[in-house]
Design a protein around this ligand. Structure first.
Ligand code: C5P
Length: 220
């Protein structure tokens, strides 16, 4: 089985690029962030503070996650409910980042994520795929961009959806999530030693796509 690990901070273009690459390669795309988001969503709905490790741990036995890949796009089911859209809300992203700091949550998802890579060729995106989940991945890429470039992209994306917000506020949010993700004790966001660094600050989508495709073709 082949596996491709793509890690990096929020907004570097990981998921859009990963989805397209997986489709082209005929691999199953696994968006691990969606799993943390689903747990964050469950905590919010249950009225539990996502930062409260003990209470979040108490919720885990009640959570069943299922991933499906119709037409190459991942759908995620939380206790049978398709939450693929609901998990994209901004506050769910923050809740995901908070629950992801608890080792018990990471352990809960580790088997599920590793199991998926055992039986099929996967392209998995996340924060700790190359460092923790798939240390023997066939290809590891660390995809990043400056906080300003990432905030600008998100601001433009939201604007296109009719969401008006201050660029400065988006930038603050990007920096806050970066800090949270890279300073936690459990599996912090960092580049694996054998990962190839790709900075997309100055690249558009097609250029980023071609760069990744070339790296993967050379490594596989
Ligand atoms: O990538 P996405 O923004 O959907 O991820 C949501 C949050 O889930 C991230 O901010 C991060 O804290 C957490 N996460 C993680 N490990 C992963 C994927 C996501 O800690 N492999």
């Amino acid at each position: 089985m082949y596996s491709i690990a793509i890690d990096g901070p929020a907004g570097a273009g990981k998921s859009t690029l990963a989805r397209r690459l997986a489709k082209e390669l005929g691999y199953i795309y696994v968006d691990t962030g969606a799993m943390y988001r689903a747990i964050g969503l469950y905590a919010l709905r249950a009225g539990v503070d996502p930062a409260d490790a003990a209470r979040v741990e108490g919720l885990l036995p009640r959570i069943a996650l299922r991933l499906e890949n119709p037409a190459g796009a991942q759908r995620i089911y939380l206790n049978g409910e398709d939450v693929s859209e609901a998990i994209r809300a901004e506050q769910v992203g923050m809740a995901a980042s908070a629950v992801a700091a608890h080792p018990v949550v990471r352990a809960f998802l580790l088997d599920l994520q590793r199991g998926m890579a055992r039986t099929q060729n996967v392209l998995m995106d996340g924060r700790d795929i190359g460092t923790v989940i798939l240390p023997d991945a066939s290809v590891k890429i660390f995809l990043t961009a400056s906080p300003e470039a990432r905030a600008r992209r998100r601001w433009l994306e939201n604007k296109a959806k009719g969401i008006e917000e201050e660029y400065e506020a988006v930038l603050e949010d990007v920096k806050k999530r970066d800090y949270q993700d890279s300073h936690r004790a459990a599996a912090p966001l960092r580049q694996a030693e054998d990962a190839i660094l790709v900075d997309t600050s100055e690249l558009d989508f097609d250029q980023s796509f071609e760069t990744l495709k070339k790296i993967i073709a050379e490594k596989l």
